[in-house]
Design a protein. Structure first.
Lengths: 65, 262
């Protein structure tokens, strides 16, 4: 799942994730981050490098247990 | 001491603190970060959790969600009439009862008190797949940033000294090296003369002093400070600033009492 706060500076980023995903459909990551007003590079990398592990787990949902 | 706002809205403020001292500026910054009480979820009771995340991870994620805070209505737990046991005067419970398939958002919490709700309703907590279920009771209380970073009302709170740059007209030969060398683009040219145009951007790197062969530039510290504060939304910025000053005053008075007793 996407982190709620930036690991480094502690500002709230969780509330911007859904809008970021929406924006990515039409825009580049840079434009999307600028539009969401995410200025610091610590917060920006949280978006750029995120990988949802829960989706990987979900592939095996129902197969075990 | 005087405050001049440059930029301000509910969750962001940039202001100049004039004629103060570095000790005061720093203690105020620290008070805003670590002594202003705000609401956050302290612990959760998990009745049922069949999601992919462990209870502990859920507790951690829920704890980080900022909650709107009313400082008049609630007491800090250690000062409450219940002596820290937990009562309606010092804590609020938020219930979460959801079934998959669905993404659980912070807005799904049902609060006991309609005033104490998550600031943002669209923070994803966990994704539930088919037949997964969550039954959680989260208990929020007042706390300070000193105890845990989740209670901090500000995400960024910093100050810097505003410098004073003096250019000696007699020595300056208008070589414009200082303009080229300045990484923050502080200088500008006006009427064939070098002027300091964006003093607030200066970062005290002293590159201009090093670059000036005529030794015409001096950079001095002043007693003015540029504060930048970014709030998380639990409390408006002005309330955070005021409350921090109240806490500082209280602490100073306590120190006075101790000194008198000695």
């Amino acid at each position: 799942m996407f982190p709620i706060r930036c690991f480094t500076c502690g500002s709230l980023i969780g509330n911007k994730w859904e809008r970021y995903k929406e924006l990515l459909k039409m825009k580049t990551p840079k434009e999307a981050l600028d539009e969401l007003n995410i200025k610091r590079y610590c917060c920006r990398r949280m978006f750029l490098t995120h990988k949802s592990v829960i989706e990987e787990f979900a592939k095996f949902h129902g197969a075990v247990g | 001491m005087k405050i001049e706002f440059i930029q301000e809205n509910e969750n962001f403020a940039k202001f100049i603190l004039k004629d103060s001292s570095i000790t005061f500026a720093n203690s105020w910054r620290r008070a805003m970060k670590s002594y202003v009480p705000t609401m956050a979820v302290d612990y959760i009771d998990v009745y049922l959790n069949t999601s992919f995340l462990y209870d502990e991870i859920l507790a951690h994620r829920i704890g980080l969600i900022p909650l709107k805070t009313n400082l008049e209505k609630y007491n800090p737990q250690e000062k409450c009439v219940c002596n820290g046991e937990g009562c309606p005067n010092c804590q609020v419970s938020l219930r979460l009862n959801v079934e998959g398939p669905k993404v659980v958002y912070s807005g799904d919490f049902i609060s006991e008190d309609p005033e104490i709700v998550p600031v943002f309703e669209d923070i994803p907590i966990v994704e539930l797949y088919k037949d997964q279920q969550l039954m959680i009771e989260a208990v929020a209380r007042l706390g300070t940033g000193k105890e845990h970073a989740k209670f901090q009302p500000v995400s960024l709170c910093s100050y810097k000294i505003i410098p004073k740059i003096e250019i000696e007209r007699g020595k300056c030969n208008l070589c414009k090296r200082c303009i080229e060398v300045c990484p923050r683009d502080v200088f500008g040219v006006e009427d064939e003369d070098i002027k300091v145009e964006r003093i607030l951007d200066c970062s005290f790197c002293l590159e201009c002093v090093k670059a000036c062969d005529e030794k015409a530039i001096t950079v001095l510290e002043t007693n003015n400070f540029l504060f930048t504060i970014e709030g998380l939304g639990q409390l408006p910025i002005r309330v955070v600033m005021k409350k921090a000053l109240e806490v500082l005053k209280e602490k100073a008075e306590e120190m006075n009492r101790i000194l008198e007793a000695v």
